[in-house]
Design a binder for this molecule. Structure first.
Ligand code: AMP
Length: 498
């Protein structure tokens, strides 16, 4: 199917063509016509599937009737509200909006915390039809009466699962109550937890369910590898991996902000240029670090989960989990940074004995046993993680991947061993590599989707009303109904985002 067949306007088709997209991805193919019809959608899609364009393109088309060049702010009320969990995702989604909206007079902006509200106020006051926002900062604007949501026609919750993880449910509920009752609702989530289903049942009306990948699944283009290693030797192993494999663009995850800083410093001492990105760094520092990484000025970006949420980095071939996440779903989110839009990727995890149970949880969630490889000089002293003997790849598998023969293995050191396991340089997995042109064959892109009008309510339960409007003055005082009490207890996470 082509974009032309989806019923998009000439201006949008031009913008799409400028991006070099040839065919719509499965989620775009399924979601665009449904959203154009004005229906509510529950989208089950992980990052990298093209989901941003799947909601942005039809949303822009539906709002096109309101496009005007008047200077009066009153002629530019907010018509579409896109809520996202983090500042980085907010900027990224807004970049997409600008990209596809470039031939239209519709106005857009983005508001997020961590930066001064003043410049945002000026832009918001001048009037915008499309607003991308993190929930906390949006409520700040509403409290300051810099904007009203009374004319919103489309509400989009992007990465809804992460918003709930981060404790944004009370904020989301407050925001929803300020919207007009009659509107279109689109909700996208990589996972369908009970909390997500509950939110969907409250928010969506007869939604069409569109899924492009199995729940909690990850792109099959990603090769997963576990290296068992003592905690104390992780830094050394990471340096070895990066240096000896000559990795040029690696996203490394740590569990703590402090750990991210320490690791970035250590890498720099080994002349591996790196920067850390986490909630204790201000917005300017975070944006600069990300830009430096994207432009190849630094080789390694060390990130915490929240800071890296939703990052879209072209051609990112390697994600390394310096530490496994506590929440197995974060593994899916982390490695969703690679293997995007048809490109291949490698997800490498350095796993200490203490993290073995986390690895088991991840494997359970993914439904796969991750290949485990010992690296000479870094073996675990006692029991190995993930029983490497059992899961080591066969000789045939290794040869298929371009690895060395058994004989070579005996005589070769870590470098050769690493080549066998990862062999990314030979496959051209560097930043200069162009994306694979085989999107049509990409399993992620060709997963069957499920569009079940009949079953969707079974998934999310009966729809019900959520649209009781509160008085603005009561906004901050209103108690949160038990149903909407946040599942997140980690306040720190939330403060990182907004
Ligand atoms: P997303 O899942 O929205 O984060 O998108 C992942 C990446 O896919 C982004 O870099 C998009 O620019 C890219 N993308 C979106 N739609 C298409 C398409 N139809 N063809 C090729 N790439 C696309």
């Amino acid at each position: 199917m082509s974009f032309e067949q989806l019923g998009l306007s000439t201006d949008l088709l031009r913008a799409i063509s400028d991006q070099g997209y040839v065919n719509p991805t499965p989620i775009q193919e399924q979601a665009i016509p449904v959203i154009l019809e004005g229906k509510d959608v529950m989208g089950g899609a992980q990052t990298g599937t093209g989901k941003t364009a799947s909601f942005t393109l039809p949303m822009l088309q539906r709002l096109q009737v309101h496009a005007n060049t008047s200077m009066s702010p009153a002629r530019h009320p907010v018509r579409a509200l896109i809520l996202v969990p983090t500042r980085e995702l907010a900027m990224q989604v807004h970049d997409s909006v600008k990209t596809y909206n470039k031939y239209s007079a519709l106005r857009s902006t983005v508001v997020y915390g961590g930066v001064s509200i003043d410049t945002q106020i000026d832009i918001v006051r001048s009037g915008v039809e499309i607003l991308v926002a993190t929930p906390g900062r949006l409520l700040d604007h509403i409290q300051q009466k810099t904007l009203t949501l009374a004319k919103v026609e489309v509400l989009i919750l992007d990465e809804a699962d992460r918003m709930l993880d981060m404790g944004f449910l009370p904020d989301i509920k407050q925001i929803i109550q300020l919207l007009p009752e009659h509107r279109q609702n689109l909700m996208f989530s990589a996972t369908f937890s009970p909390d997500i289903k509950k939110l969907a049942s409250k928010l969506l009306h007869n939604p069409v369910l569109i899924e492009v990948a199995k729940q909690n699944s990850v792109s099959e283009l990603i090769t997963h590898v576990v290296y068992p290693v003592e905690s104390a030797k992780k830094q050394e192993l990471l340096v070895r991996l990066i240096q000896q494999e000559n990795l040029q663009q690696v996203l490394v995850f740590t569990r703590t902000k402090h750990g991210a800083d320490r690791l970035a410093q250590r890498l720099n001492r080994h002349e591996i240029t790196s920067e850390a990105i986490h909630g204790d760094r201000n917005q300017l520092q975070r944006t600069q670090a990300l830009d430096n990484f994207k432009q190849g000025q630094i080789r390694v970006l060390v990130a915490t989960d929240v800071a890296a949420r939703g990052l879209d980095i072209e051609e990112l071939s390697h994600v390394i989990n310096f530490e496994l996440p506590n929440n197995p779903e974060d593994y899916v989110h982390r490695i969703g940074r690679t293997g995007r839009a048809g490109a291949k990727g490698f997800a490498i995890s350095l796993v200490s004995k203490e993290e073995n149970s986390l690895l088991v949880d991840i494997e359970k969630l993914l439904g796969i046993k991750i290949k485990s490889e010992q690296i000479s000089g870094f073996e675990l002293k006692e029991t190995s993680v993930n029983d490497s003997k059992k899961s080591a790849p066969s000789e045939e598998q290794r040869t298929k991947r371009g690895g060395l023969s058994k004989q070579n293995k005996k005589t070769n050191s870590f470098v050769k061993h690493g080549e066998k396991v990862i062999h990314f340089n030979k496959e051209g997995m560097t930043r200069n590599t162009k994306r694979a042109n085989n999107k049509a064959d990409d399993p992620l892109f060709t997963q069957p989707y499920i569009s079940k009008y009949a079953d969707v309510n079974a998934l999310i339960g009966e729809s019900s009303e959520l649209n009781k409007k509160p008085n603005h003055r009561q906004l901050s005082k209103r108690p949160v109904p038990a149903l909407f009490i946040s599942p997140a207890t980690n306040k720190q996470k939330k403060s990182e985002a907004s």
